[in-house]
Design a protein around this ligand. Structure first.
Ligand code: KG4
Ligand code: ZN
Length: 356
C-alpha cells in the first residue's frame, strides 16, 4: 500500500508518502514546513497564526511530497490526515484538504489520531510488535500507555498538570532560553553541571504512573527571582539541572509502569518512547538504561520522527487502512481525542496552552 499523510495539528505543516510494499515499511518522502519563526516572538504557538500558515503552505508541501516520492494521486491507496487532538484551525485545514483530495481521486480517507500516530511510529521504524509499553511525551501530552493493537490502548498514567514538553518550554522561558524550550535546554545543558541546582522530582518514589511538573516550574521560578540575573554559567547549570530532573521524574514513573506491564503482558518485550521530548538524548539514555535493567528492548524513533511529522500520520493511516478502518468524509476534526477513552480528563487533553 501507499498512503499520503497530512499533519497540521499544531505548528508544523507536513506531508509524506509512506509505503509497506516489500522489502518493508519505507518513507518515500517526508516534507515539513515549520512555523517556528512565526511563533517564536510570542514564546509559544498562536492558533490563529498557525491556521493561516497551514493554509498558505499545505498545497505546496503536498505537491512536494508527491513529487519527491515520484507517485501520482492515482497510485496511492488512501489519504490520511491528523484529525485531532490539536488546534482546531489547523485540524480543519488539514482534514478538509485531505477529504478534498480523497474525494477527487476516489481514494479512502483516514482520520488519524495524532497521538496514535506517535504511538505507532516505532512499528514503522523498528518493526515493533504488540504488546508494548509506550512513554508518550510531547508538548501537549505526557502519558504511559499499554499498546496492544491498532486502536487498542490502555492509559496507565497521565499528567496532573503540565506535559513534559510544556515543562521544558516553560522553564526554558524562565531561564531566558529560546522557544521551543526542549531543544534549547538540551543544547545549553551540554555545557552545564546538572548537580549544581537540586530541583524537585515531582511524585518520585510514589506509587502509580501519573506525572506532575508544576512544582518543578515553580522551583525554577523561585531560583531565577532569587538570583536576579543569570550569567551564561548559571543558565547552563540550570538547564542541565532541569533536564536531569525531568528525565529522573519520567524514568521513575516509567519504572512503575514497567512493573505493571511485565505482570500484565509477560510476552511484551519492548519499551517505546515517542513524541517530541523523546528526541532528547539524555532521556533516551535514561530510558535505555532502565529498559536494560528490566530486561526489555528500548526503541525510540530517530529524533526527526519523534517531533511532529507527516510520515507518522501516513503510517498510522496505512496501518488502519490495512485493517479496513477508513472514515467517511463527514468525520469531524476533534480538538480533544484521548487514545484511551476511559482516561479521566485531568486537564484539557490535546489542547496546548496558549502563550502568555
Ligand atoms: O510531538 P511534538 O513535536 O509536538 C506535540 O505534539 O506537542 O512535541 C513538541 C515538544 C515541545 O514541547 C518541545 O520543547 C519538545 O517537544 N522537544 C524536546 C526536544 N525536542 C522537542 N524536549 C526535550 N528535548 C528535545 N531535544
Ligand atoms: Zn506531536
Amino acid at each position: 500500500m501507499i498512503v499520503l499523510g497530512i499533519e497540521t495539528s499544531c505548528d508544523e505543516t507536513a506531508a509524506a508518502i509512506v509505503t509497506d510494499v516489500p522489502p518493508g515499511p519505507r518513507i518515500r518522502s517526508s516534507l515539513i514546513q515549520t512555523q517556528l519563526a512565526e511563533h517564536a516572538p510570542f514564546g509559544g504557538v498562536v492558533p490563529e497564526i498557525a491556521a493561516r500558515a497551514h493554509l498558505d503552505h499545505l498545497d505546496t508541501v503536498i505537491i512536494g511530497a508527491l513529487a519527491e516520492a515520484d507517485v501520482t494521486l492515482a497510485e496511492i491507496d488512501g489519504v490520511a490526515a491528523a484529525a485531532g487532538p490539536g488546534l482546531i484551525g489547523g485540524l480543519i485545514v488539514g482534514t478538509t484538504t485531505a477529504k478534498g483530495i480523497a474525494w477527487a481521486a476516489g481514494k479512502p480517507f483516514i482520520a488519524v489520531n495524532h497521538l496514535e500516530a506517535h504511538a505507532l511510529t516505532a512499528r514503522l521504524t523498528d518493526d515493533v510488535c504488540f504488546p508494548y509499553l509506550l512513554l508518550l511525551v510531547s508538548g501537549g501530552h505526557c502519558q504511559l500507555l499499554s499498546c496492544t493493537g491498532v486502536g487498542s490502548y490502555v492509559c496507565l498514567g497521565t499528567t496532573l498538570d503540565d506535559a513534559a514538553g510544556e515543562a521544558f518550554d516553560k522553564t526554558a522561558k524562565l531561564i531566558g532560553l529560546s522557544y521551543p524550550g526542549g531543544p534549547a535546554i538540551e543544547r545549553a545543558a551540554c555545557e552545564g553541571d546538572a548537580r549544581r541546582f537540586p530541583l524537585p522530582r515531582p511524585l518520585k518514589g510514589k506509587p502509580g504512573c501519573d506525572f506532575s511538573f508544576s512544582g518543578l516550574k515553580t522551583a525554577v521560578r523561585h531560583l531565577v527571582v532569587e538570583r536576579g540575573c543569570l550569567d551564561p554559567r548559571d543558565r547552563a547549570d540550570l538547564a542541565a539541572s532541569v533536564q536531569l530532573a525531568i528525565c529522573d521524574a519520567l524514568a521513575d514513573r516509567t519504572a512503575n509502569a514497567i512493573a505493571w506491564f511485565r505482570r500484565r503482558h509477560p510476552t511484551g518485550t519492548t519499551l517505546v518512547a515517542a513524541g517530541g521530548v523523546a528526541a532528547n538524548q539524555r532521556l533516551r539514555r535514561c530510558l535505555a538504561a532502565l529498559a536494560e535493567t528490566s530486561g526489555l528492548r528500548f526503541v525510540a524513533p530517530p529524533p526527526v520522527l519523534c517531533t511532529d511529522n507527516a510520515a507518522m500520520i501516513a503510517w498510522a493511516g496505512l496501518e488502519r487502512l490495512r485493517l479496513g478502518l477508513v472514515d467517511g468524509l463527514d468525520a469531524p476534526p476533534r480538538p480533544r481525542w484521548p487514545l484511551d477513552p476511559a482516561t479521566p480528563q485531568r486537564r484539557a487533553a490535546g489542547v496546548r496552552r496558549q502563550p502568555g
